[in-house]
Design a protein. Structure first.
Length: 159
């Protein structure tokens, strides 16, 4: 499994403890360090750069709104299509509302900005399905976790 935008590594840690081969990637060096401290495998860098085992991952994850990476969901979905094998799976967490927007955002520590502005997208399930169908994916399943109201879509790579 490839956890794109792995953050502090909670999913990498959980999946590795279940015996799964998993790699987290994140642009934040502190996120990668946290993942490594949890005992997970992680790499610093962008999903748009070279990655190990391109084209052979079984599953990729875009959790916690990471469909927003890069601000262009169709570009991100096409890139991930090239990372998984021919029948690979992508699990995406999307917004609960019917939204499809891109904006420029900036990270802050308290009131102090700590980096440059970057593009980020917010995508709900209708928009995600539209992007997926034009990016080499088909919808395998959709679900909501009632206790958290988190929404997920599993996409299957099309040959």
């Amino acid at each position: 499994m490839l956890d794109i935008g792995c953050g502090g590594g909670r999913l990498v840690e959980a999946l590795a403890s279940c015996g799964r081969e998993v790699l987290g990637i994140d642009v934040s060096p502190s996120a990668v360090a946290s993942t490594l401290l949890r005992g997970g495998a992680a790499r610093s860098g962008s999903v748009f750069g070279p990655l190990p085992k391109e084209g052979s991952w079984d599953t990729a994850l875009l959790i916690d709104g990471n469909i927003g990476i890069g601000g262009a969901p169709h570009v991100l979905l096409r890139r991930i299509r090239g990372l998984v094998h021919g029948q690979g799976l992508l699990i995406v967490e999307c917004a609960e509302s019917d939204v499809d927007e891109c904006r420029r955002v900036r990270m802050h520590t308290g009131q102090r900005p700590v980096g440059p502005f970057f593009s980020w997208a917010t995508v709900g399930s209708p928009a995600l399905v539209r992007y997926a169908l034009t990016s080499g994916w088909s919808v395998a399943e959709q679900w909501t976790v009632p206790s958290t109201e988190r929404h997920f879509i599993a996409l299957r790579a099309r040959a």
